[in-house]
Design a protein around this ligand. Structure first.
Ligand SMILES: Nc1nc2c(c(=O)[nH]1)N[C@H]1C(S)=C(S)[C@@H](COP(=O)(O)O)O[C@H]1N2
Ligand SMILES: [Mo]
Length: 224
């Protein structure tokens, strides 16, 4: 049984589906190597919990990694790790906050600020939003174009002072500084410029499309 399947089952258990004692023991054993169990999902040992909506994600070696930028752009383009490294690099330190309550203070991030990547490609005047897809094949996210142009939105290649690990969504994940963790899509595969917001995985399941931390209503005019 894959670790992620086990995690999914653990999640179901918490949701109220009975999990047998012997299965629970197996779950505990399976989780042990990746950190102690912290509530619903395993702690990563660094304050984070590893989240994935799919059972297991096939690792993508950095040498084979590409992120494609498509849709309403001047010319569609894909970026290798070397291409990303050749663009201006942005570093920032921010708290990471999941809507389920856990929070990791002062996480260091580095990578390409999304506005710099968008400028490198050239955005069509008709574009209004950005849709992100994960190479896990399932998870998606969205930002308005204004949100995507913030300097605290990163195509992140480093997290916690090291390359983004596979379990944290590496080699490249999104980091949306001012918003709840679900906006920070892992295993970034595609960036598509669209003429309207296409709601993401959790938003179709009831989460706010605007996920500003510390705001009850999602407004689009957050201070930079
Ligand atoms: N592809 C993908 N990205 C994702 C998720 C996910 O399940 N799949 N979960 C989101 C949520 S809800 C949070 S809080 C963070 C958690 O990041 P971590 O797994 O590195 O702790 O990833 C976000 N990005
Ligand atoms: Mo989250």
């Amino acid at each position: 049984m894959g670790r992620r399947v086990v995690l999914g089952m653990l999640g179901l258990g918490v949701a109220g589906v009975a999990v047998g004692a012997s299965l629970q023991k197996g779950v505990n054993r399976a989780l042990a190597p990746i950190g102690q169990i912290g509530g619903v999902l395993p702690a990563a040992g660094n304050g984070f919990r590893f989240y994935s909506v799919v059972g297991s994600v096939r690792p993508r070696p950095p040498a084979q990694y590409r992120v494609t930028v498509t849709g309403l752009v001047r010319g569609e383009r894909s970026f290798s790790m070397a291409d990303l490294a050749a663009l201006p690099q942005t570093r920032l330190t921010r708290d990471f906050q999941c809507v389920t309550g856990w929070r990791v203070p002062e996480v260091m991030w580095a990578g390409v600020a999304l506005p710099d990547l968008l400028d490198a490609v050239g955005v069509s005047p008709r574009a209004r939003a950005v849709r992100f897809t994960s190479f896990d094949g399932v998870y998606t996210e969205s930002l308005t174009l204004d949100q995507a142009r913030r300097r605290d939105v990163l195509v992140a290649t480093e997290m916690l002072g090291a390359p983004v690990t596979h379990d944290h969504g590496g080699p490249v994940r999104l980091f949306v500084g001012p918003m709840y963790g679900y906006k920070s899509l892992k295993w970034l595969g595609g960036i598509e410029l669209t003429d309207r917001v296409v709601t993401g995985y959790w938003e179709r399941r009831g989460y706010d499309v605007d996920a500003w931390v510390g705001r009850s209503n999602g407004r689009d005019d957050a201070p930079t």
